[in-house]
Design a protein. Structure first.
Length: 436
């Protein structure tokens, strides 16, 4: 077989063949000449500045200071400073300080914005429930299965909401020290609060539960049935991606993302790279607190929290998941000052009914989940889901319906109360889990 002829690339004259070294030498000489010219210009400019009477006077006063003399002895081996030397050192220090400021100014600016958000936010209004009649079996009625997974305990939960009140100031003091050490990193215990050590363990416990359940959806088409007709093993099989076609989604806050990535990691490891977790601003937690705000700018991948990146046997996996298994197309940035929860609920609902999947697995937050149940269960319903939060890493499944719009009226959206299933955990009631 004849060897395939490959066209040679078009090199600049002199590079290909015997003229190559000469061309490279010319290129390097030109680069050195350019650098030498720039350095000479800078040195002459600094020398002119140093000899200016006002600058020269300031430099001489600075050079006479004991601390500057001591610094000169340390770096130069002599106490005396030439004006040009001292000016160059001062400028170098200014460049270093400026670089440091640039590295954290975005975070400092964000912290200031978070303070404004706390006082000016209107993020409380949700969709008003109705008692409009609803026929779940009507022609044209659409249904989607949804599984809510609440995140594990966060650092914010641990500092402010857990244990005796008298202990919390000490926890806060320790947290403030840790926060100061994070000042130059895109990390925080308060803003976009990550999982605590307890929260990480809760996510592991959920992983263990999901992995230990027997196989479900053993008959053809079982995965297509509504939650109301499924057993827990069937729902778990759908979550694990053993059956059906499901989509993972999450709030843009790291505690929800990490809970999903840890607890669903067996699924992620066995599925193809296109099985990504969809990050959605519409799922961002409601409320004014700074832990409801994300550190991650619009359209950017979040940075895995440092503690999780250092997890034994799991840290490298978490870093990889954060880099390769997150879909940020629906990450539109932080909720705005004027945005209300109702707008995010409606956006999520529109997205949900556009999906072709059998089931949506949603990792999110207790307040958002509770208000979703309040909004879309009947107004007269007294279900515990409307009053109580899901426990940390609790798993709740239900059927969500959308009626067909008729006669110019808007479609009715309704959660089937009978379909609500507590797969794992349950609902909180005065610190305890309660079955509905």
């Amino acid at each position: 077989m004849e060897a395939e002829l490959v066209a040679e690339p078009a090199f600049p004259d002199g590079v290909n063949g015997t003229g190559g070294p000469a061309y490279l030498e010319q290129l390097m000489s030109a680069s050195r000449l350019g650098l030498d010219t720039a350095w000479i210009w800078m040195e002459e400019s600094l020398r002119a500045a140093a000899t200016h009477p006002s600058v020269d006077r300031v430099l001489k006063e600075a050079a006479a200071s004991p601390s500057v003399k001591a610094f000169g002895m340390m770096v130069l081996g002599r106490e005396e400073w030439l004006p040009l030397e001292l000016l160059m050192v001062i400028l170098a220090l200014l460049v270093i300080v400026y670089s440091i400021l640039i590295s954290f100014i975005a975070k400092a600016r964000f912290a200031l914005w978070a303070l404004f958000y706390f006082f000016l936010s209107a993020d409380k209004k949700t969709t008003k429930p109705t008692d409009a009649p609803f026929d779940f079996k009507a022609p044209g009625c659409k249904r989607v299965k949804i599984v809510f997974i609440r995140h594990g305990e966060s650092e914010w939960n641990y500092i402010f909401n857990k244990g005796p009140v008298l202990v919390r100031p000490f926890r806060l003091a320790v947290a403030l020290v840790k926060e100061a050490l994070m000042f130059f990193r895109q990390d925080s215990l308060f803003i976009d609060s990550p999982l605590s050590s307890t929260g990480i363990q809760q996510a592991w416990d959920l992983l263990t539960f999901l992995a230990s359940q027997p196989s479900g959806c053993l008959e053809d088409g079982d995965h297509l049935r509504p939650i109301e007709q499924l057993e827990d093993a069937d729902i778990v099989s759908i979550i694990r991606h053993d059956a059906g076609n499901s989509i993972m989604a999450s709030s843009i806050l790291r505690r929800a993302i990490s809970t999903g990535l840890i607890s669903l990691s067996p699924r992620i490891l066995k599925t193809t790279p296109d099985d990504k977790m969809v990050l959605m601003t519409s799922l961002q937690e409601m409320g004014r607190n700074i832990d409801t705000l994300t550190l991650t700018p619009k359209g950017k991948l979040p940075v895995v929290p440092a503690v999780e990146a250092g997890l034994r046997h799991m840290g490298d996996v978490m870093v990889d998941f954060y880099r390769t298994r997150l879909d940020i197309a629906n990450h539109t940035g932080n909720k705005s000052l004027k945005q209300k929860t109702i707008q995010r609920q409606e956006e999520f609902v529109r997205w949900a009914f556009k999906q072709k999947a059998d089931c949506l697995i949603v990792c999110g937050h207790s307040g958002w989940f509770r208000d979703f149940f309040k909004s879309y269960l009947p107004k007269a319903s007294v279900h515990v889901a409307k009053k109580s939060k899901i426990v940390n890493c609790g798993v709740i499944a239900f059927d969500f319906y959308k009626s067909e719009a008729r006669g110019g009226s808007l479609p009715v959206l309704r959660i089937s109360e009978k379909s609500i299933r507590e797969v794992y955990g349950g609902f909180e009631l005065k610190g305890k889990s309660k079955k509905s």
